[in-house]
Design a protein around this ligand. Structure first.
Ligand code: ATP
Length: 218
């Protein structure tokens, strides 16, 4: 379903969010105070507006009050990011998602009602560390400090063995959510399903349990 998004601040993060939403066929309003940044986004957004997002009047004139989803991707200027978020929450915009620069910034954003707070650099750092430390990890989603979802490769060690036989939940406290085998994805794995080398397992669990599962079982 087509949705409407506004992206404020077109640094690397804001630009890639904007381009991706537009590629997914959503309506995207791109806002930045720098005209050059706006020019680069003309072909990758529905509307572009040059505006200072800390100026309430200017923001009102962009028509942003009509949007349910706004992403604030102003990075270094923490003061501007906070002020802009405050104005957007005053406008009663339903979902204001904000990029945070550090933990202090995060705390303030949380207090003033940001609906979701991102730490793209930190998240990417965690993902890369996870890839570097395990050659079996294909992809990784951080759910919290403790829990994550990993996409991991089944090795020769589990070839021909069933999920019941491996008893993963009891032994490791992890749950296999899906199994990707060649051209098919099984999102309701059954205990009798058997694994082959090269299958992709999508597994959810505590990070320590996931690590143990990958090191011992696979
Ligand atoms: P990235 O890491 O994603 O490249 P960054 O953390 O370096 O971003 P900045 O470059 O500081 O972030 O800011 C991102 C964009 O936000 C810039 O294009 C900047 O012009 C814009 N910006 C900063 N303050 C405002 C503001 N008050 N109103 C509108 N745009 C702003």
């Amino acid at each position: 379903m087509k949705k409407q998004f506004a992206v404020i601040g077109l640094g690397r993060f804001g630009t890639s969010v904007c381009k991706e939403l537009f590629r997914m066929n959503h309506d995207v309003l791109a806002i930045d105070r720098d005209e050059d940044r706006i020019k680069d986004l003309k072909d990758f957004s529905t509307h572009t507006i040059v505006a200072d997002a800390t100026d309430e009047k200017m923001l009102t004139n962009t028509g942003i009050r009509n949007f349910d989803n706004v992403i604030v991707a102003i990075g270094e200027d923490i003061q501007a990011s906070i002020l802009c978020t405050l104005i957007l929450k005053d406008f009663e915009i339903k979902q204001v998602w904000v990029k945070a620069q550090n933990e202090y910034h995060h705390k303030v954003l949380d207090k003033i009602g940001a609906d979701k707070i991102f730490h793209p650099e930190q998240d990417m750092g965690l993902r890369i560390a996870e890839f570097l430390t395990s050659e079996k990890v294909i992809d990784y989603i951080d759910l919290s400090d403790e829990y994550s979802i990993v996409e991991t490769l089944a090795t020769k060690k589990v070839e021909g063995r069933s999920l019941a036989d491996l008893d993963i939940r009891a032994k490791y406290g992890c749950t296999i959510m899906a199994i990707k085998q060649k051209n098919k994805v099984d999102v309701t794995p059954h205990p009798e399903d058997t694994l082959n080398k090269g299958d992709l397992l999508v597994v959810i669990g505590h990070k320590n349990d996931l690590r143990r599962f990958q090191n011992e079982a696979l």
